[in-house]
Design a protein around this ligand. Structure first.
Ligand SMILES: Cc1ncc(COP(=O)(O)O)c(C=O)c1O
Length: 415
């Protein structure tokens, strides 16, 4: 125990000295601090052997839970054979993953470009949209989150992250998410693309209102504008469908994926596009490239992930578990109206909006004491996001609800 705590102090010191003093402080929010040591399924174990139920879910990374044995086995096998690509010979794993994604994707999304993260996928999609349309202007939503590289940040609707780095890429406009009148006014023949998350993730878990995305698609088609669905967080079964846009029968021109694509084992990202979009790269296949994107480890992880999602019916399971959890949380909202303002979500992408930021912070700390990991959404700190693995058992969902009830009761006492 003593030596374990010595390591905690040493790691905290190294964070302060070599990573970021402020980050070290932020990450201690839960009390004495913990070192993550191992994880399996929906549980993370710390340096003192304390086991946490993980409802933060890596912001959507751990849809299959931590270290899914089949993904680990597939990656381990590939690791022994060919971990990284020569980049000179054709790579079978990349081809198979592209085929598997094409078979699952809505509409005519037939092509894939592989990268390593969500922001990278967004970067590539924005470039492709400009290339395919010959237009420059881009449209995004206020309160959206598309990543923090310069291009992705340029379409991210959060002033706090944008302002210190301005000027960002020019000719980007913003509309309110869900506001069709605003969209109608902003979409015209000069626009290259409208990028939108079907469910705002970091914006506080807001589900696109009925009719919004289908009308967005219609408007975009009318004006020759590309529709980019950012499914980095909400894609691959999380919302109860393999692709979130399927809830509304929408067929975007481009879909960006990351997080869950690597099965919670390897970082992976992808841009899916239609033949019409890909046509823009005809004769110049090296216009957009990535050294590590589509590496064999990521691709076998991706393939195994898609296989498990389908075989185990995980999108449907997420829909059912999400509905159950939402009902339980709604009961908690009714029981604790002083602390919870609203609960909402789709599938296992759920937001618990507290009545104030301070309540959300206090609730997250209290949940940690009850060994439940949860985090707030980046753009909306008063919303706690719940994104447990899609594989989660009902008994674990019940444990989480109990932890919430106990934590909310404890907070009422100290108020
Ligand atoms: C919807 C969405 N798009 C893009 C990103 C950026 O992904 P990454 O952090 O892998 O760059 C995120 C990350 O949270 C996201 O939620």
């Amino acid at each position: 125990m003593e030596s374990n705590n010595q390591e905690l102090h040493e790691v905290s010191r190294l964070y302060r000295q070599h990573i970021s003093p402020d980050l070290a402080r932020l990450m201690k929010f839960g009390g004495p601090g913990s070192l993550e040591v191992s994880a399996r399924d929906c549980r993370v174990t710390d340096h003192l052997g304390r086991v946490y139920l993980d409802f933060a879910g890596g912001y959507g990374v751990f849809s299959l839970g931590h270290a899914h044995p089949e993904v680990v086995a597939a990656v381990t096998e590939q690791l022994q054979k060919l971990p990284l690509s020569s980049r000179v010979l054709l790579n079978p794993q990349q081809a198979y993953l592209a085929r598997d994604l094409a078979q699952l994707a809505p509409g005519t999304l037939q092509y894939s470009f592989f990268c390593n993260s969500g922001a990278e996928a967004v970067e590539g999609a924005l470039k492709l949209a400009r290339l395919a349309t010959g237009r420059r202007r881009l449209l995004a939503c206020h309160n959206s989150y598309h990543g923090k590289t310069l291009g992705a940040l340029s379409v991210t609707g959060r002033e706090k992250y944008r302002q210190p780095f301005e000027p960002l890429i020019p000719e980007v406009g913003f509309v309110e998410f869900g506001d069709l009148d605003g969209l109608r006014a902003a979409v015209d023949d000069q626009l290259a693309a409208f990028i939108v998350e079907p469910v705002l993730g970091e914006g506080g878990i807001h589900v696109a209102p009925a009719g919004y995305l289908s009308e967005a698609q219609r408007l975009c088609r009318e004006h020759g504008v590309l529709l980019i669905a950012d499914e980095v967080q909400c894609g691959l079964g999380r919302t109860g469908k393999m692709f979130a846009v399927e809830h509304w029968g929408v067929e975007p021109d481009l879909i960006v994926l990351a997080k869950a694509l690597g099965g919670g084992v390897v970082p992976a990202g992808a841009i899916l596009g239609t033949p019409a979009v890909w046509q823009a790269m005809k004769g110049r296949p090296l216009l957009h490239t990535s050294t590590f994107g589509g590496n064999p480890l990521a691709c076998v992880a991706g393939r195994k992930t898609l296989e498990i999602l389908q075989r185990d019916g995980l999108p449907a399971r997420a829909a059912e578990s999400g509905q159950w959890l939402l009902t339980e949380l709604e009961q908690l909202r009714q029981d604790f109206p002083q602390l919870i303002a609203q609960v909402r979500g789709l599938g296992l992408m759920i937001g618990v909006e507290c009545t104030g930021e301070q309540h959300a912070g206090a609730l997250i700390s209290e949940l940690l004491k009850h060994q439940l990991l949860a985090v707030y959404t980046l753009n909306q700190p008063k919303v706690i996001r719940l994104e447990p693995p899609l594989t989660i058992a009902r008994s674990d969902l019940k444990l989480a609800v109990d932890a919430f009830r106990a934590s909310l009761s404890a907070l009422l006492v100290v108020r």
